[in-house]
Design a protein around this ligand. Sequence first.
Ligand SMILES: [Zn+2]
Length: 447
Amino acid sequence: MRTLLHNARVLTMDNEFHEHLQGWVVVEENNILAVGKGEVPDTHKTADEVIDLNCDLIMPGMINTHCHMSMTLFRGLGEDVDNRLFKYILPLEKEAITADVVRVGARLASLEMMLGGVTTVADMYYFEQEVGRVLDQAGMRGVVGQTLADFDPPDHSTFDEGFALVDDLREEFRDNDRITASIAPHAPYSTGPEIMARVARYVADHPEVKIQMHLAEMKTEMEWCAKHHNMRPVQLADSTGILRPGAIMAHCLELNAAEIELLAERGITVAHNARSNAKAGRGIAPVAAMRESSIPVGLASDGPMSGNTLDIFAQFAPASMFAKLLGKSRKCLPAREVVLMATLEAAKVLGLDDKVGSIEVGKCADLIRVSLDAPRINPIYDIYAALVFSACAGDVSDVMINGKWVVRDRLSQTLEQEQVLSEFQQVAHQFKTKIIEIDANRNWSAV
Ligand SMILES: [Zn+2]
C-alpha cells in the first residue's frame, strides 16, 4: 500500500527543522518512503492513494509523555480542592476502579487524543493491560505503565502482586510494535526506597521495560522525603538506583541546580505537565535549565482530573508562557522549541525517536493533517507561533499512525465514537452514584 500526500505544507520537525511549503510525503506500508518539495518525482507519482492536501499542514503526530487515560471518569471532579489526591482520588480509585472502568475510560481518552492529533501516549495507571489493549485497538502507539503503589490501589494489594502485573503486561505486548510495556512506581512517597530499588533491579533484568514515575512534584513529597529519609526526592530516588538511563520522570518541579545536573548525568528524561502543575498551584518546572543540561523534556497532559484536557495543543501556550514568566523574558522557550517538545523531543523522552517524532525517510508514518484555514490562525508569519498560540485540536482533520488512517475528516476510523460515548456515559452515571455515596459517608473533618 502506497499513499502520496501532495500539495501540502510539510513541517518535518527533523534536526534541521526543514519545512516544505509546496511539499509532499510518500508513505509505503508503515513507513515514510520519501519527503520532498516542489514537483513530485515520477517515481513517486503512482500510488494506491493520492491525496491533494489543498495546502493544509502535515506534521508529525503529537506525543503525550505523561497521562492517566482512564481518569477521564474523574474529569471535573474535586476542582478547586486542595490535597485532592488523598481526599478524592485514592478513596474513589479504591471503591470504583475495575478493569471494565479502566477500559471504558481509556477508550474515551484514546478517542479524544486521536481526534486532537495525539498519536503516541505514555500512560501510567492500574489494570494497565486494559489500557494497552485499548490503544492497540485504536491503532495508537503507547508506552503503558503498570502503576505500583502502597496506598492499597484497586488492582494489587501487595507489591508482589503489582510486579506480577508488570510481568503480565510485558508478556502480553512482547511482540507488539506499537505498545511497549512499562513499570510505573507511583512516586517516592507512595512506594518507598525498597520498592524503588526493586524496580531498578527489575529493569536491570528486563532492560526493554521503561520506568515512569512522578518525581519532585510537590511540597508534601518534599516534606515526606525529609521527614522519613532526611533527603530530597531526587536524592532519595538516586540512592535506590531507580534513576536509570531513559527513565521518564513526570513533573520535576522541585529541582535545584545540582539535581538538574544529576538527572542529566543519569540520562533521565522529563514529562512536563504545564497545565496540570499550574492548576494545582504547584509552580513552574525549570524547563529551560533542564533542556540546557541536555535533559529531553516532552509536553504532557497529565491525567484528565489534573489537567482536564488530553489535548497537546492546549499545553502549548501555557508551556511557553510559564517559561517566559519564569525567565522574565519574551525570548524564553521560543514557539519552535515548544512544538519540538511535542514531537521529536517528546519521542526522545519515550526512547522512540528512532521510530517517530519527525517526518523523515525510514521513520514510521505517524502524521497529522492540520487545517490552517481558521480566521484565528491567519496570517501566518511563523508557523510554529501559529501552532502554539492560535491553532487548536479541532484544526486536526486527519491522523495516520504507523501508515494507517485512524482519523479521516475528523472521524475516528478505529473506534466507534457513539458507542464509546454511550458506554462511557453509562459507567460515568454509576461512578457518579459512587461519588455521592463516598461523599455522604465521609467525615471530611477527619481528612
Ligand atoms: Zn501524573
